[in-house]
Design a protein around this ligand. Structure first.
Ligand SMILES: Nc1ncnc2c1ncn2[C@@H]1O[C@H](COP(=O)(O)OP(=O)(O)O)[C@@H](O)[C@H]1O
Ligand SMILES: [Mg+2]
Length: 372
């Protein structure tokens, strides 16, 4: 991945954030035991984590790092930090601690976690750095009293552009200025997302043009559906289920197929899968009634059955990450699109000659013609 390949290995490769760096260095140079911790906060992809890594490397510090969300209990945090914070470094280097993404700790079951971090800040023999996207969660209020807050602002448009160009040059990819600008603009100062977008568009090519941006909008749409499915399957509220697809720009029939495909990816208990498909079958019944009677008022029943019905089929929420898949029916249809078009032309010719519908020919004549 390019975000790893081009991760700054030294502060020389680090762009922007001059104010934050200044404040950080000042804090570090004056740090002594019982001083405050540094709390780097700001939107994702603004360099909080990689700054600490590069700083440690440049200053020959041993970096002791953990992601807060990996260790949700007081015990786990103490295991990693409690001992390390007081024991002298084996390599005789000085140390610096990084507890990444502490907003992941803010859930109510983690109250112990916050307290443990405060205890470590109070007793550590080495400087401690925390990072967070959002520090205004009330659960972090107490912790903030023990921190010097340092803001990482969204990166400047020009800096993102410069970095993206630099990567293109290193990868020997020629580019239209406009495409780089669009990527930078779209991601609003998030360099991680910008580099990821560039990689998706440019990987394996030696030239990118403005037209390639379409790839991103297709991917965004897929992400939207994944998010919506995630809400649908995980929510326990009726309104949540009913509105889960509100931001997805697809017709009801296509959404139906997405749900149809992914029920067994999410649900594991046979009785849940059974119940979910039963509701979906009822939704399908309403779809048929809508078509036959041209009675669109029934649409809301179809919608509710396929969202609320499927959502309530679960006994409890699965705490897992589900990889959703693209509807196989749609995939098959798109693979056979050319053949089906050819077939339709022939069917229409026959339909004129035989004086009956293409549907009838397909069902009743074609099998015999094939046989003959
Ligand atoms: N200021 C920056 N200078 C150079 N690269 C950066 C900067 N900010 C982000 N990046 C790039 O984006 C990626 C993600 O940065 P990261 O430090 O993980 O962001 P954060 O921790 O703020 O979410 C890094 O691998 C790096 O390639
Ligand atoms: Mg980070």
């Amino acid at each position: 991945m390019w975000i790893l390949k081009y991760r700054p290995s030294s502060l020389n490769d680090f762009v922007d954030q001059k104010e934050a760096i200044e404040k950080f260095k000042n804090w570090y140079n004056n740090w002594k035991p019982k001083s405050k911790a540094a709390l780097l906060y700001g939107k994702p992809g603004t360099g909080k984590t990689c700054f600490v890594e590069a700083f440690a490397k440049d200053n020959n510090l041993e970096l002791v790092q953990m992601n807060a969300s990996d260790f949700r209990t007081e015990k786990a945090i103490e295991k990693v930090f409690g001992s390390a914070a007081n024991v002298k470094s084996i390599f005789k280097k000085s140390k610096i601690f990084l507890i990444d993404e502490i907003d992941g700790l803010a859930g109510k079951e983690d109250v112990g976690g916050v307290k443990a971090i405060i205890d470590i800040i109070k007793s550590s023999q080495y400087p401690i750095v925390l990072t967070a996207n959002d520090i205004y969660d009330p659960k972090l209020k107490q912790l903030r009293e023990f921190c010097l807050e340092i803001e990482f602002k969204p990166l400047k448009f020009w800096d993102v552009k410069k970095k993206l160009k630099e990567i293109c040059n290193k990868e020997n990819i020629s580019f239209e200025e406009k495409i780089i600008e669009e990527i930078a603009k779209k991601n609003e100062g998030d360099l991680r997302a910008s580099i990821n977008d560039l990689e998706i568009i440019a990987c394996g090519k030696n030239k990118i043009i403005e037209d390639d941006l379409k790839i991103l909008s297709e991917r965004d749409r897929e992400m939207e559906i994944f998010n919506a499915l995630n809400i649908l399957f995980k929510t326990t509220s009726l309104t949540g289920a009913r509105t889960s697809f509100i931001n997805v720009d697809l017709d009801t029939d296509t959404l139906f197929l997405w749900i149809y495909e992914n029920i067994p990816n999410e649900y594991e208990k046979p009785e849940e899968i059974n119940k979910a498909y039963e509701y979906l079958a009822k939704a399908d019944l309403f779809r048929a009634r809508i078509v036959f009677r041209n009675y669109w008022k029934l649409m809301r029943y179809m919608n509710d059955l396929m969202t609320i019905g499927v959502s309530l089929a679960k006994k409890e929420v699965y705490k897992k990450f589900t990889k959703f898949s693209f509807p196989s029916v749609l995939r098959k249809l798109s693979l056979t699109k050319k053949e089906r078009e050819k077939e339709l032309v022939k069917l229409k010719e026959l339909s004129e000659k035989l004086n009956c519908s293409t549907q009838k020919i397909r069902k009743e004549y074609l099998p015999y013609l094939k046989f003959l």
